[in-house]
Write a protein that binds this ligand. Structure first.
Ligand code: ATP
Length: 339
């Protein structure tokens, strides 16, 4: 049981590159914190600083009321689960899970109890004598989690643990991890670049960009009230529609400038805008049927100059608007409105 508190944590790598530019964060006991952000934003670096695998250049890292900056990884009472599983190929599943405990000279009877208990939770009971190569990717990932569980650490640290799995298994394992964490109530910090994984797992979501925190909070609050255009376009798939206010029909910001953000599901397709609504005329460019819903990609007919919102990775190209329609039908042409 432990809080994890970071106070103005910074990391400058040997070459002088500042990867973490002062991050403060408080993860309460038993909470599930997810660090999300694009490649290179520093999420792995931050996690490794908490684990003690990277030194912290300045600031404080506190685990369970103890400043751990100068404490060795093995003494921090954390357990880490990696993307590549890091299993010993020549050892059985049982021995992979027991290894860390044996190193700590735990009595064999206690090791046996813990390994069997973890195997039961993770449904690995029938596989304990197998070697990692005789397991599927999902089973290997479960062994990696088992190895973390048997340690009974204060904190779990996950570094993109599901990245090597196929899409279907990722979803299944995501749900398993959430259930497991609820059951064990172990404070967890989880790194991913997958915004959906982040949204669904997190009690506290930390959206990172360029070594800093862009926004931090409850995932739904962040979804509904993104603090920056970066967060608006990073969280949510398909991404939020961002358009310069002067293109957006009836709306004008006080100073005539600004950006309007509308989630694809907040637009409706209708002939006329509801009273007081904003109407956008769209030329439909593409329609994607994904089953329960349909994404309509349109180009809005702009009044005035070319739009000033430029597309960054993950953002929509200028002028493009996505409308998310429930069901499988979509019109050939449309006008979308914000009701
Ligand atoms: P990804 O999702 O691609 O793993 P990330 O958000 O985890 O990315 P980090 O691995 O933490 O990013 O890297 C953050 C930044 O620090 C990157 O710009 C990276 O190039 C740089 N970096 C990482 N390790 C080192 C190192 N040992 N020396 C110098 N720079 C490094």
């Amino acid at each position: 049981m432990a809080n994890v508190t970071l106070t103005d944590a910074r990391k400058t790598y040997a070459g002088g590159f500042e990867a973490i530019k002062g991050i403060s964060l408080d993860v309460g006991d038993g909470q599930f914190c997810v660090l999300v952000g694009p490649s290179g934003c520093g999420k792995s670096t931050l996690l490794r600083m908490i684990a003690g695998l990277e030194t912290t250049t300045s600031g404080k890292i506190d685990i369970g009321g103890r400043i751990v900056n100068e404490i060795e990884p093995a003494e921090r009472d954390i357990a880490m689960v990696f993307q590549n599983y890091a299993l010993y190929p020549h050892m059985s599943v049982y021995n992979n899970m027991a290894y860390g405990l044996r190193n700590r000279r735990m009595p064999e009877s206690e090791i046996d109890t813990r390994v069997n208990e973890a195997a039961k939770i993770l449904e690995l009971g029938a596989l304990l004598q197998r070697k990692p190569r005789q397991l599927s990717g999902g089973q290997r990932q479960r062994v990696a989690m088992g190895r973390a569980i048997v340690r009974q650490p204060k904190v779990f640290l996950f570094d993109e643990p599901l990245s090597n799995l196929d899409a279907k298994l990722r979803i299944a394992m995501r749900v398993e991890i959430r259930k497991l964490q609820r059951r064990l109530k172990t404070t967890s910090i989880y790194v991913t670049h997958d915004q959906l994984e982040a949204m669904t797992l997190a009690d506290i979501l930390v959206v990172m960009n360029g070594g800093q925190v862009e926004q931090l909070g409850n995932p739904l609050d962040i979804y509904q009230k993104p603090a920056t255009t970066f967060v608006a376009s990073f969280i949510g798939a398909p991404p939020m529609n961002l358009m310069p206010l002067r293109d957006a029909g009836g709306f004008q910001a006080a100073n005539g400038d600004g950006i309007l953000g509308v989630r694809p599901e907040d637009l409706i397709i209708s002939a006329d805008a509801p009273a007081g609504g904003l109407k956008l005329d769209l030329r439909v460019e593409a329609i994607e049927h994904v089953g329960a819903e349909t994404y309509v990609y349109g180009i809005r007919s702009l009044t005035g100059d070319a739009p000033t919102v430029s597309a960054k990775p993950g953002e929509l190209p200028p002028g493009e608007v996505i409308v998310r329609v429930p069901g499988t039908s979509a019109p050939a042409s449309a006008s979308a409105s914000v009701p």
